[in-house]
Design a binder for this molecule. Structure first.
Ligand code: HEC
Length: 451
């Protein structure tokens, strides 16, 4: 009897408190600011998300789905383990913000006073970087209705008559239905002559290890297997391949990836006469003949940069993932030969990518995990931008540890019966860590250190 009374009292007090709190939460005052800050960069018309969440009318029907997505932390997409590193582009909602969204969706889903709506963000011509100084586009590209996925390499002149310093770059697909992902690389005039040095036997061997099918390249199936690329530095790289620290990649389009904006005071160099090589993965998702004109928008530095924004791509090309293997480990190591500051890290694998960790051993023997992505997702390839550039003293060794799931339990796995090696197609694999860096501390860090 007594017990039942207490239960009833509890339920009553709960019942009285919760709805009162929920009555308070309105879209205009409480929810819209959260969506504007964390969601609408993708959830606005004609962007990558399936629906706009800019207005009450648009968001209201999605209330239950929005609640679920934020409670499970599926949205906004973010894969970094919060125990390691601080990232300037971490879009995660705070516990209080999640509670606000939950209370709104579970309560009356009220609009509130439209006058309390925050100022709607402006999306200039769809460019997230603002209006570009120059837009370079590929000529219209036709994709036939049938056939396997296509990797196109399309080289377009920049027609730059002087060297240009780029502070921001954004690659935009012309036709989002077929452009799966894309990268754009800078090709300098003299590169073909320099490339690999025809007489370097290691480079020759590295080239022999690669076979081409149409526009795709793969490793020979009978190539030696190196899963532990850390036995010696850069052991999993193609023999003779030189790590360029100018980094020719200037921008990428991948789902969930923001444009490339370099740290204050730094810029990427594109020399006069350079060409841009667009590497575009087209998927024939629509079953119809389609056309595309993908382009990259560039913003130039208003004044000469203090230093160059650099990038190095560390890869293991030589691994082998057995059929059905649920947790294949592949590593790659590289020792940095000068002091530097890491500004971003990007794990890159394909459909069997399961997890990736990047850790450093400093010259004094201290170890630190810079980034841990315990549940890698090919659909969300995210660049993790350091909140404060990470100082890497000369002699620091970076170890990249990747795990692949080639078992039938991986829902993304196109074929668990297949032995998988390196290749450019999504059904083959890659194991890359992309590292952006600068040689000395960029400006904001110098300022904060001086304070
Ligand atoms: C980086 C871009 C991006 C951001 C930021 C983002 N979304 Fe999404 N969202 C997507 C894409 C793309 C999809 C569809 C593909 C998918 O479900 O993975 C999606 C799907 C969803 C869905 C599921 C729709 C369905 O079909 O059920 C919901 C709900 C959602 N987002 C809510 C949110 C909310 C709420 C936020 C902010 C807290 C947010 N999203 C932030 C890109 C984004």
């Amino acid at each position: 009897m007594r017990r039942r009374f207490w239960m009833a009292a509890c339920l009553m007090s709960l019942g009285m408190r919760l709805p009162a709190a929920e009555r308070e939460v309105t879209f205009s005052r409480d929810v819209a600011p959260i969506l504007y800050q964390h969601c609408v960069s993708c959830h606005h018309p004609n962007d990558i998300a399936p629906m706009s969440l800019l207005t009450y009318k648009e968001a209201r029907p999605w209330a239950a789905a929005i609640k679920e997505a934020v409670l499970l932390r599926k949205m906004p997409p973010w894969k970094a383990d919060p125990h390691y590193g601080k990232w300037s582009n971490d879009p995660s909602l705070s516990a209080a913000e999640i509670e606000t969204v939950r209370a709104w969706a579970d309560g009356g889903k009220l609009e509130g006073d439209p006058k309390e709506m925050p100022k709607a963000p402006v999306f200039v011509d769809g460019w997230k970087i603002g209006r570009p100084d120059v837009v370079v586009s590929i000529p219209e590209h036709k994709l036939e209705a049938k056939g396997p996925d296509e990797y196109s390499y399309i080289v377009v002149p920049t027609n730059f008559t002087e060297d240009r310093w780029v502070v921001a770059a954004e690659l935009r697909p012309g036709n989002r239905k077929i452009v799966h992902h894309a990268h754009v690389f800078v090709v300098e005039e003299d590169q073909p002559a320099k490339a690999g040095g025809a007489k370097d036997p290691a480079a020759e061997y590295g080239r022999w290890l690669r076979i081409r099918q149409g526009t795709l390249s793969f490793i020979r199936p009978d190539a030696p297997v190196i899963d532990d690329g850390c036995a010696i530095d850069d052991n999993g790289a193609f023999p003779g391949s030189k790590q360029s620290d100018l980094g020719s990649l200037i921008s990428s389009y991948l789902p969930g990836r923001e444009p490339d904006v370099y740290p204050a005071g730094t810029a990427r160099l594109i020399r006069a006469g350079a060409k841009l090589n667009f590497q575009i993965h087209y998927s024939r998702a629509t079953g119809k003949t389609e056309t595309d004109a993908t382009s990259v928008g560039l913003i130039f530095a208003k004044e000469p940069p203090k230093q160059i924004a650099r990038r190095i791509d560390l890869s293991n090309h030589m691994f082998l993932i057995p059929a059905g293997e649920p947790n294949q480990e592949v590593t790659e190591c590289h020792t940095f030969r000068k002091d530097m500051y890491i500004t971003s890290l990007t794990p890159h694998m394909h459909l069997r990518g399961k997890a990736m960790r990047m850790e450093v051993t400093y010259p004094d023997g201290r170890k630190e995990t810079l980034l841990n992505v315990p549940h890698y997702d090919f659909n969300w390839q995210i660049t993790y931008r350091a909140a404060k550039p990470i100082f890497i003293p000369k002699g620091t060794r970076l170890k990249i540890i990747a795990h692949f799931d080639n078992s039938p339990n991986n829902p993304m796995n196109p074929d668990p019966t297949r032995v998988v090696r390196w290749g450019a197609a999504s059904e083959t694999e890659m194991m890359d860590g992309w590292v952006e860096y600068v040689d000395t501390a960029p400006e904001p860090l110098l300022t904060s250190a001086a304070q």
